[in-house]
Design a protein around this ligand. Sequence first.
Ligand code: DQA
Length: 149
Amino acid sequence: MRIAVLNGPNLNLLGSREPAIYGRTTLAEVDARLSDVARELGIDIECMQHNGEGALVDMVHALRGRAHGVVVNAGAYSHTSLALRDALSGIALPFVEVHISNVYAREPERRHSMLASAALGVVVGLGTHGYELALRGLVHELRRREADA
Ligand code: DQA
């Protein structure tokens, strides 16, 4: 099983970006932790980050036939990008949306997600640990579906 982990704009700044909101863990550290979890779960993961909306859409398209599911933190595009939701729906892979911060406790413009209605699940507000929870939850669900098939 192969899972893609997709990060959107400004998440390359994790570790130094608004640490009171996003913490001190870098994206490289998040990716390293996810690799350990993937090894434990016996799956493959590929971690990607891009700042551009079009590039993220292209990355999603490139997952067709390569991945079984996606963990995605689309950053600010989560709140605005119908194109990204269409791309994720278009490749028809289950995905879990992640937000490091509790977007529902922040500014009103962060309280709506364009992606959530198409997501398998959403993990919000648990810091960078949320990526690991999303990965474990996604793999658990994919395995359950496999067993049921
Ligand atoms: C974020 C929340 C978004 O509102 C914000 O634009 C981000 C990060 C989060 O992980 O908490 O870039 O997705």
